[in-house]
Design a protein around this ligand. Structure first.
Ligand code: FA5
Length: 347
């Protein structure tokens, strides 16, 4: 084929194509025209391209340049018509969509304030060398009471003050009684159970904290809930004194609540510590109890087989919810468990 013939074929094809695109009244007709001219399998461009081989070598460069121009002209004519008709490919795009508007933030969940508090407490205590320990929430009376020097007739073991689980011994009876709870299991009422589990398995020096859920049949009010969390601390070594306990709790309080926090230790009693103290923080113009603490009672060391002549230690148990509430100014513990997203989203 001569160059002249090739170029005039392109000219007439180009004219045909642009009038076919221009006259396409809807996307289907435009698509038919696209297949006719731009189709990969049998389009006119493809056919004319094949004729390049029959052009004299010396003319091929000029023919190629015109062919490229021809192709981009046809493509541009097609694109212009597609835009005019709304475009067959773009028909899925919502015409009311405005890309300049700010996006809609995806609703991703976030960490519950108590879980955040637990991580924070672990981080502060970790800096003082305390490692995290864990224990089960369903406990036996040995770990929840006996090894903690809480005898069978102690009021803390009363079925009305604990969530005992139905077991073979209590099955068939309408409620657990003091005589049928021994040997049964219960939801742990304090994280002090973990002290026993750690000491049963490890030798001093020990420096652990345990953060977890505990359960008591307390009526819910602003500062009480039947399920709450405690942070238990236990340090056992040679020559541990009450001064070490007070220092650790003070440093902890200053780190978690601030340098200006007022903290007070009141003489108290726990079967598993001697001497024992209540730990109070000043909050909303009043002293509020945050937990208990004391020097580990020798009877506890004996229960786990530690030499009471060699070792001494301190332990403490603080209410995690009350710490979280004090830090964030939450006045009612029930807000933490109401599931109200308007409240939870603030943390
Ligand atoms: C104990 O549970 C002891 N095991 C603490 C302890 C550990 C003493 C180691 C000595 C050595 P108590 O029953 O006082 O102590 O509870 C400790 C803290 O848990 C309370 O001060 C309070 O902050 C929190 N707490 C108790 N009951 C509830 C409740 N129903 N709801 C929310 N927090 C509670």
């Amino acid at each position: 084929m001569s160059l002249q013939d090739f170029l005039s074929t392109l000219d007439s094809l180009e004219g045909e194509a642009s009038s076919a695109f221009d006259s396409a009244a809807d996307p289907e007709l435009l698509e038919a025209a696209r297949v006719r001219f731009l189709g990969q399998k049998s389009g006119a461009i493809r056919d004319v391209q094949k004729q390049m081989g029959s052009i004299d070598k010396s003319d091929r460069k000029a023919a190629g340049m015109r062919l490229n121009e021809f192709k981009s002209n046809i493509q541009a004519a097609f694109d212009a018509c597609k835009a005019r008709l709304g475009g067959s490919d773009d028909s899925a795009v919502d015409p009311t969509f405005d890309p300049t508007l700010p996006g809609v933030r995806p609703n991703i969940g976030h960490i519950h304030p108590i879980t955040q508090t637990i991580s924070h407490l672990m981080e502060i205590m970790g800096r003082m060398g305390f490692e995290a320990a864990e224990g089960p929430e369903v406990e036996d009376p040995w770990h929840n009471f006996v090894a903690l020097n809480i005898p069978e007739d102690h009021p803390a073991r009363d079925p009305l003050d604990n969530f005992y689980l139905a077991t073979a011994r209590s099955a068939g009876k309408s409620s657990a009684t003091r005589s049928n709870v021994e040997g049964s299991q219960l939801l742990r009422s304090q994280t002090s159970t973990v002290q026993i589990r750690v000491m049963e398995n490890e030798q001093p020096p020990i420096r652990v904290i345990s953060l977890g859920r505990v359960y008591r049949p307390d009526d819910p009010d602003a500062t009480h809930f039947p399920m709450f969390h405690q942070m238990e601390g236990l340090l056992v070594d040679r020559s541990v004194t009450m001064a070490n306990l007070k220092t650790v709790l003070r440093v902890f309080a200053n780190n978690y609540l601030g340098d200006d926090v007022d903290i007070r230790f009141r003489p108290s009693f726990f079967p598993f510590t001697e001497p024992s103290v209540e730990v109070d923080f000043f909050w909303n113009d009043a002293w509020v109890e945050f937990g208990g603490a004391g020097m580990v009672d020798p009877a506890v060391f004996e229960a786990v087989g530690y030499d009471t002549e060699q070792f001494s230690g301190f332990a403490f148990g603080l209410g995690v919810e009350r710490l979280c509430m004090r830090r964030h100014g939450i006045s009612d513990i029930r807000d933490l468990y109401s599931g109200d997203l308007r409240f939870l989203r603030q943390f």
